[in-house]
Ligand binder design. Sequence first.
Ligand SMILES: *Cc1c(COP(=O)(O)O)cnc(C)c1O
Length: 396
Amino acid sequence: MTSPDRELQTALDTRRVKNLYRQRKILQSPQGAQVQVDGRTCIGFSSNDYLGLANHPALIAAFKDASDEYGVGSGASHLVSGHSVIHQTLEEELAEFTGRPRALLFSTGYMANVGTVRALTDGGDLVAQDQLNHASLLDGGFLSRAEFQRYPHLDLAALDLLLSSTQCNRKLLATDGVFSMDGDLADVPALADIADRHHAWLMVDDAHGFGVLGKNGRGIAEHFGMNAEQLPILIGTLGKAFGAFGAFVAGSEALIETLIQFGRTYIYTTALPPAVAAATRVALQLVDSESWRREKLRELIGRFQAGARQLDIPVLKSITPIQPVLIGNDEQVMKISEYLLGKGFWTGAIRPPTVPHGSARLRITINAEHEELDIDRLLDTLSAALHEYRQARAYP
Ligand SMILES: *Cc1c(COP(=O)(O)O)cnc(C)c1O
């Protein structure tokens, strides 16, 4: 028998030598401000549970009740026999939440993006995307039969040129609303104008905006005051601010029916456990009834940005819970994040290929369960870490 191991090990060794090897840490507690990781108690600054709902007692209770009533597995895909009354109700509530005629549940955001891009385009069409879009949108472009083009991050002029110079039939313009590794926003109103001018369809992945952006947590559409006509194809995920799991597409009747008929990642996969849908329904209510979470989060974000500036910490400008601190060097970012972990702060160390070469960073995420003191202590420790590890750096 030919073993794959030797060849695989060579590639693994190369990755390790380049300081790009990835390893999982083991979480031994629920998500929250304070977490237990690899046997150590620390303040968690690396989850996407922005509103602190993943361990909310009301979500847990709904999850338990629904599994008592409906069991654990959904048993089949939505089109076969797995579409339960809880899924149906959640879809109706998501449509109302987003102000769209319909919403369709997907098992993950990854699948929502891949399936939607592929279902909406064919040979002879064009998919245009921001270069820093989430991997799942990019993979949607690669898997589609359409021509796939990326434009430089936020470069509206390049996009305009790209759309002007194409002979393709359909044009699908897809962008993250909030960019997941940079925390910055797409200029969605400007993108809507460009899409309109070139008869392109605009698709926005608001994975990090829902629950967080806008006065009522309706995400990037509310942030920019945009309606369903300007923003016809909207993607949301349920595993981030909503504290649950899964994803949805919101839009018109025709869009949703198209995805039910032609969305391969919708059709050929098992429906979410009904209990997950039940917990998500509660999360939707909490986004309204516990608006203090969003307000507190906003204050903590402002505190972090201001403090970082004062301490000369190279944080990117961001009004979202994603607060990237640019380090540059892959080895240094690992050392800094290990130092922080040793002092009781768990942050994400993000390296290529997740981010472009030379732009390794700490991805610090803030959530509504944090306290001001957590932020202040993180900033002080981060400042000390940068002092210790950025002395000998060979780049600005
Ligand atoms: C997390 C994320 C996804 C994927 O969602 P999952 O439900 O985790 O698969 C898609 N798009 C963006 C921008 C994300 O950050």
